[in-house]
Design a protein around this ligand. Structure first.
Ligand code: ADQ
Length: 478
């Protein structure tokens, strides 16, 4: 397709939507990476003239820009030092904890901040290189919060949107960041800021008002550009979703349904299969979930092998200390539970520290009677939406933490506060004991909600908001 020129739609995200896969003979190819953002953007990019700016996944010199998956991909280089400071450091050990309720302490290092600034500059330059006059630029996530203002300074002609995949913290927590004003100013370079929940957008507006003295009105903030001109920025909620139709049809395939039956057989045909699927991250509440399960086993309320629990924990950020500690803790707990309550051939917890193809995930969801989604804080949580999408048989029950963005849409789930272990235990039992007819009614409502609000709708809403900002779509003037 196209070559290096300029594009009307430019996506910027920390990672490009492809991974390099090296064959045994040493030759390498780019494969589309799995994951929600890539799928979402696929449908946005279809039929448009789009480019994607991001890191290609290997430290050092960046590959030359190339066309792949119907887009122009423009790699941004990151060296090994920057991976430690900008990515593992500032993004994942400063911002991530602050934006997730300081579940673990945040670390502040000036060198990390300087790397974050430098890398954000590099992303902004790359965006400006590929953006056509008047292009739309859609920037993603907490790693790139300075990019909106850096792009605007160079290219006042383009339209700039930013979407935050994770929560935006309450002002009291955000205030801890020594670089809070620079981040607010970075974001205010955008025309439109999209968040997962209304509360996240409000937290941002409050931070701009209280910490940076900006005037706010409704869901807008007044800012002043370097040339002195006043400009209004809109911040509102556009909750992300999944490709419902695509996943649903995968889940209905005979191969996936057969695999779901095999999974139950290999688990020993238990009466109840409970499932957790998460990146191995301290925000996901895996320890709390295991504690509740262990207590239910200790009390004899749940008894293996009639009941079993499958926990899929995807490897994540394995070089960050808090993640190493979490892995040790989770694996110690799983070992203890199995040592105490497992029998030969039937462990009480099946713990899988791997990534799986989509087909396998869809089969696991179908095999699970109770899905445990218990994060302490989560921007959205796509697993909750994927689970209900895969339950075309209207079977199963979703236990969902009130601290996820998903809960704000999925009210027919069995809601829990994961900090309240006793309450969590009762909610799990309620999910198990609610009669079948009622459970199916709840599942139908959950499925409808996700079907009506899929990822395509999310992307359309974001882009419409970007077009009309600072006004709400459909409202002229004002
Ligand atoms: P994550 O924190 O990564 O995303 P989540 O929304 O649950 O969390 O998405 C995880 C994705 O990875 C899901 O699509 C899931 O199916 C998949 N996955 C998990 N374990 C897997 C495994 N072992 N093998 C294969 N696939 C696996 C961030 C925010 C979230 C927000 C998303 C999207 O933290 O709050 O919902 O971005 O905005």
């Amino acid at each position: 397709m196209s070559d290096q020129r300029s594009y009307d739609l430019v996506i910027a995200a920390n990672r490009l939507p492809v991974d390099r896969v090296v064959a045994p003979n040493g030759s390498s190819q780019w494969h589309r990476s799995p994951g929600g953002l890539v799928t979402a953007m696929d449908s946005v990019m279809r039929g448009r003239d789009g480019a994607w700016v991001g890191w290609a996944g290997e430290p050092g010199e960046a590959p030359a820009p190339f066309a792949e998956a119907g887009m122009w991909l423009h790699p941004v280089p990151l060296d090994a030092q920057e991976l430690e400071t900008y990515y593992e450091g500032f993004s994942n050990d400063t911002l991530w904890p602050i934006y997730h309720d300081v579940i673990v302490p945040a670390h502040f290092h000036r060198e990390w901040w300087q790397a974050y600034e430098r890398v954000n500059e590099r992303f902004a330059e790359a965006v400006c290189e590929v953006a056509a006059p008047g292009a739309k630029v859609w920037i993603h996530d907490y790693q790139l919060q300075l990019v909106p203002a850096l792009v605007r300074r160079r290219r006042p002609d383009v339209r700039i949107g930013w979407f935050n995949h994770i929560p935006f913290p309450p002002v009291e927590l955000f205030a801890q960041l020594p670089w809070r004003s620079q981040i607010i100013e970075g974001l205010l370079g955008a025309d439109y800021l999209g968040f997962q929940r209304v509360a996240d957008a409000q937290n941002f507006l409050r931070a701009a008002r209280r910490l940076d003295g900006r005037a706010t009105r409704g869901d807008t903030v007044v800012t002043r550009d370097p040339d002195g001109a006043e400009r209004v920025v809109r911040a509102s909620a556009v909750p992300i979703s999944i490709d419902y139709a695509d996943l649903e049809s995968l889940a209905r395939s005979e191969a996936v349904q057969e695999r779901a039956r095999q999974i139950r057989t290999s688990l020993g045909e238990p009466e109840v299969v409970m499932l957790g699927v998460d990146r191995l991250d301290y925000t996901k509440g895996i320890r709390h979930r295991l504690k509740a399960y262990e207590e239910l086993l200790a009390e004899g309320t749940l008894r293996p092998p009639e009941v079993t629990f499958v926990q899929v924990a995807t490897p994540s950020r394995e070089r960050v200390a808090a993640y190493k500690r979490l892995r040790t803790e989770v694996e110690t707990t799983v070992g203890r539970i199995n040592g105490t309550y497992g029998t030969l051939g039937s462990p009480a917890v099946h713990y899988l520290h791997h990534s799986y193809p989509r087909e396998e995930m869809a089969a696991l969801f179908q095999a699970a009677d109770v899905m445990l989604v218990t994060p302490l804080r989560d921007g959205m949580n796509l697993v909750a939406k994927e689970y209900v999408t895969c339950r075309h048989d209207t079977g199963g029950a979703l236990v969902l933490s009130e601290f996820t963005g998903a809960w704000h849409e999925l009210h027919q789930s069995f809601v829990c506060n994961p900090h309240d272990i006793e309450g969590l235990k009762q909610t799990i039992l309620r999910a198990l004991r609610t009669d079948d007819k009622e459970r199916r009614r709840l599942m139908r409502a959950l499925r409808r909600r996700v079907a009506d609000n899929d990822v395509q709708r999310w992307a359309d809403r974001f882009l419409t908001n970007l077009d009309t900002a600072p006004h709400k779509p459909g409202r002229k003037g004002a």
